[in-house]
Design a protein around this ligand. Structure first.
Ligand code: ADP
Ligand code: ADP
Length: 232
């Protein structure tokens, strides 16, 4: 089945002379349980594609579906609910709350939404990500790699339909980056998580099931199964 798709998605910033076409009409499917990496030069539209799909940015033309729900016709309340219930985010800068423990950071989105934490699922995510003995620590007491793994657990704990990761290894050394990528990969293999990840790093993209290459706001190339010749 399909977790998400876009149809002729276009995004234009600004008006008149200062107009920038960030996306020129992108049609793409994201299968359920598929790990997609998006690569391309700076300014090619990677962040814009992800932000439009994640309902963080408005769309100039075209359609975005998360599951069967078409986003561009939804009102603010429905978009907020969709972002909260169906979408997980992992950012380059971790975006953890410094005063809260790892455990509190992981459950924060559910706490804010007034939703119950499924204890079995919480334990599964936390142990897969290798944080079981760090749950009482504040972000400042964790390494960069551990902080990003907390952010990954936070993105997964609400069982989102799709996780968007924006340069998740951009601030990490290569060993910590590998830990984070291994976890994302494992969440795809073991729980069928759907992930879309923007990255500059071909080594990171090799953890994905396919790589989309953007150029000037369009998909210019696609590589299937970059993991085929790797043992992860
Ligand atoms: P990438 O993530 O591949 O670096 P972006 O999606 O950030 O590319 O940007 C695509 C194009 O849109 C670039 O030319 C960028 O300068 C422009 N752009 C992105 N966001 C804005 C914005 N808020 N206002 C104006 N132009 C923007
Ligand atoms: P990245 O490509 O690593 O996401 P950028 O520096 O391209 O980082 O963009 C960071 C943010 O700034 C993006 O979310 C984008 O919306 C915004 N942005 C990018 N280019 C412009 C621009 N020309 N004018 C205004 N905002 C921009």
């Amino acid at each position: 089945s399909r977790a998400a798709r876009t149809v002729d998605l276009a995004k234009v910033y600004g008006k008149g002379d200062t107009q920038v076409v960030a996306l020129g009409g992108v049609t793409v499917d994201f299968a359920s349980g598929q790990f997609t990496a998006i690569m391309g030069p700076s300014g090619s539209g990677k962040s814009t594609l992800m932000h439009c799909m994640a309902a963080l940015d408005s769309v100039t033309r075209g359609e975005v579906y998360i599951g069967e729900t078409e986003l561009t016709r939804l009102g603010d309340a429905a978009l907020t609910r969709l972002r909260r219930d169906e979408i997980g985010f992992v950012f380059q800068a971790f975006n953890l709350v410094p005063t809260l423990s790892a455990r509190e950071n992981i459950t924060l989105p559910l706490d804010i939404a007034g939703r119950d934490v499924d204890p079995g699922w919480f334990d599964t995510v936390v142990s897969t990500v290798g944080l079981s003995d760090r749950l009482g620590h504040k972000p400042s007491e964790l390494s960069g790699g551990q902080q990003q793994r907390v952010a990954c657990a936070r993105a997964l704990v609400s069982k989102p339909s799709i996780v968007f990761a924006d340069e998740p290894t951009g601030n990490l050394d290569s060993r910590s980056g590998t830990e984070v990528l291994s976890f994302l990969r494992r969440s795809v293999r073991e729980y069928g998580q759907t992930i879309v990840m923007v990255t500059h790093d071909p080594g990171a993209a090799a953890y994905a099931d396919r790589v989309l290459f953007l150029g000037d706001g369009l998909i210019v190339d696609e590589m299937a199964d970059p993991t085929a010749d790797r043992v992860l």
